[in-house]
Design a protein around this ligand. Structure first.
Ligand code: MUC
Ligand code: MG
Length: 367
């Protein structure tokens, strides 16, 4: 089998409800759909979400790096020659989500060629994942309304609150409002997307001591190494690295230097291959992981579900899998269902991504 052609399709789908957080805001999913076609008629599919404020990529940069650099270098290779392909892709630094998407599409081909779900190929631990719902910036009463609605509609009992706002009282109040309104049984954790200093994060932790938070993600910039290390050292809850740890190398540096003591794994930026390396580092060191969301579409969500369900360590916590609920539409032909707080792994060869062609025609931007 040979890679014959790599197709990159820019598209845009508006959000019904923009997601705002400390490092940016998403109002439209301006993504790239990548399809790797083989000479045997098998096609691997992945969704690429450029996030300029996180990785410096844009829709145009994703198109350029794949069309001009990656595709010419890997067309003609066998999709099973993964080691060779990754060696070639690794010659180019950064471009996380472009590389991640290619890796996911290659795994999709391999699953289809073997007639096995990719999740089973990756590890086959479980056939479902619990869902964590992300709450963007909003006044506290609206956050509670959303969380109550999501719990009653989808059975979701884990919530990640976006924080990092000033004055700090906005986030402190939101934490107390959510805990008071949702009761003691929900899992509540925070993601500040580097919005605070380490000292501000200390203050928030102190003033939310009674809330029972489980994790604090990217409280401050990990580059401010000394204050971040002090925070990791003294925090009563794990400090999760997300945008500070996009690669396995970053994970090892941040864990070994004390920049974080838990890790968010995102398949959109790591693909499955590097995500497994990251997971190996974390499980080897005894560090907790959480399956994160790159503000993914349903296509991206299926990739996270495949990886998260495949391993015991990624199945322990609920994965962040519900951002797509705020999109006005999607390219996936059969919408994902969240029931009893869970998403099932499609039991079909590959990733189970079936594209609705009429939707792709409607939202693509290259015609
Ligand atoms: C998250 O976990 O941070 C927001 C920025 C980004 O890169 O991902 C999202 C969610
Ligand atoms: Mg994050």
């Amino acid at each position: 089998m040979k890679i014959e052609r790599i197709e990159t399709i820019p598209y845009s789908i508006p959000y019904t409800k923009p997601l705002a957080f400390a490092s940016g805001e998403v109002t439209d999913a301006e993504h790239v759909l990548v399809r790797i076609h083989t000479d045997e008629g098998l096609t691997g599919v992945a969704d690429i979400p450029p996030r300029p404020y996180t990785y410096g990529e844009t829709q145009d940069s994703v198109l350029a790096i794949i069309n001009k650099v990656f595709a010419p270098a890997i067309v003609g290779l066998d999709p099973l020659e993964r080691g060779k392909i990754h060696r070639i892709l690794a010659r180019t630094v950064h471009n996380q989500t472009a590389r991640g998407g290619l890796d996911i599409a290659l795994w999709d081909i391999i699953g289809k060629a073997a007639s096995i779900p990719v999740s089973a190929l990756l590890g086959g631990y479980a056939t479902e994942m619990n869902v964590s719902h992300m709450l963007g910036f909003k006044p506290a009463p609206e956050l509670l309304d959303e969380a109550l609605r999501v719990r009653s509609e989808y059975g979701i009992t884990t919530f990640k609150l976006k924080v990092g706002r000033k004055p700090l009282i906005l986030d402190i109040e939101a934490c107390h409002t959510l805990r008071d309104g949702l009761g003691p049984d929900i899992d509540l954790y925070l993601d500040a997307n580097r919005g605070w200093t380490a000292n501000e994060a200390f203050e928030v932790l102190r003033r939310t001591e009674t809330v029972g938070l489980s994790l604090l993600e990217e409280p401050c910039d990990a580059k401010e190494a000394m204050s971040r290390r002090r925070l990791v050292d003294k925090s009563p809850i794990p400090i999760v690295g997300d945008e500070s740890v996009p690669t396995a190398g970053d994970v090892s540096r941040e864990l070994l230097s004390g920049g974080c003591n838990a890790v968010s794994i995102k398949t959109a930026r790591s693909g499955f291959t590097e995500a497994q390396q990251i997971l190996g580092l974390c499980t080897g060191l005894g560090v907790d992981v959480v399956m994160g969301n790159q503000i993914d579409t349903q296509i991206g969500t299926l990739a996270t579900v495949a990886f998260g369900a495949a391993h015991e360590a990624t199945s322990r916590r609920a994965g962040e899998l519900s951002n797509y609920l705020d999109m006005s539409d999607d390219l996936l032909a059969d919408p994902i269902v969240i029931r009893d707080g869970k998403i099932l792994v499609p039991q079909v060869p590959g990733l189970g991504v079936e594209i609705a062609n009429e939707k792709l025609e409607r939202y693509r931007q290259d015609k």
